[in-house]
Design a protein around this ligand. Sequence first.
Ligand SMILES: *Cc1c(COP(=O)(O)O)cnc(C)c1O
Length: 396
Amino acid sequence: MTSQNPVFIPGPTNIPEVLRKAVDMPTIDHRSPVFGRILHPALDGVKQVLKTAEGRVFVFPSTGTGGWETAITNTLSAGDKVLATRNGMFSHRWIDMCQRHGLDVQVVMQEWGEGVPADRFEDILTADREHQIKAVLATHNETATGVRSDIAAVRRALDAAGHPALLLVDGVSSIACYDFRMDEWGVDIAVTGSQKGFMLPPGLAILGFSPKAMAAVETARLPRTFFDIRDMARGYAANGYPYTPPVGLLNGLNLACQMLLDEGLDNVFARHHRIAEGVRRAVDAWGLRLCAARPDLYSDSVSAIRVPEGFDANRIVSHALNTYDVAFGTGLGDVAGKVFRIGHLGMLTDVMALSGIATAEMVMADLGLPITLGSGVAAAQDHYRQSAAGSQRAAA
Ligand SMILES: *Cc1c(COP(=O)(O)O)cnc(C)c1O
């Protein structure tokens, strides 16, 4: 049986019907000019979403994880020192990948629920007078904990230290959900994937490379073949790929960018913020707490919700699926069993969010948690009524 309910996992996200249709394409000759008419507008669209004028966009048949590998293998060499923080499962996995590639990772350990410590980074970068650190890694939105980090502050830390390291940013669950400014923040590589803010099926690693990152490619010596952006750049110059491109997904990406830009990025971000805030009000009404330590860290794409001590949060996720056919996210790594996650990114409306909040209430009540049915829904309704998207649209 297939469920018609929206999913509330923090990716893959719900796919708008028009994008499902755009991805479902008859075969075309990917070496013909027809393909160029899909590829180039898609790359241009991504540039606008990343807010980069000078960066170059590369899209691989892969996922966000392949995007991490593309970022490090194209710009670094074995033994290079990189600076990163571990504050959740995704930052942890990127660090692990770097170590497996023979990079020397200086890891700043953070509590899960905290963000990237820009001040600690500034101290470490300032002390690195010989500029041994070649890259700084930052996870913009830590999807495991629902924490948003301040990338502009990481850039300020690099600048204050007068440090030339590359700034590599995982924006897999932030890009196209909330504000991301590649050029303004001096991001050298932005990494994302197709199945989160872009509302598409999984299958694409999407990257922006700054001119400085493009220059680093020439001296980087980590082995790379499939993910070598020099081959990809030569392919693009000839309207193609160095191998068979995922044409349907690229067609979808082109349309997804158009949809985001037509809605207006600021409106997309405002929608995510409004929906997220409704979820947060519901959490508050339930008497529960977020994993994110402080309001300035709250993510607009996912909320990780702490359950009472001694209660296994995974029961919420499995009961929701078994009883109501609704998917929430489980806790990962250090917070497994301690949190469940409500993903609120991608194609979502206030009304869809209310159904997720209502389901979470039924589940928690079924499992004996002290939840008053309707309490979270009412808190979110209040917020959505006050900030109604529809009335804004009607007034516009
Ligand atoms: C989803 C996600 C990834 C991994 O992406 P895959 O597409 O699963 O490889 C990496 N980083 C963050 C922050 C994510 O949310």
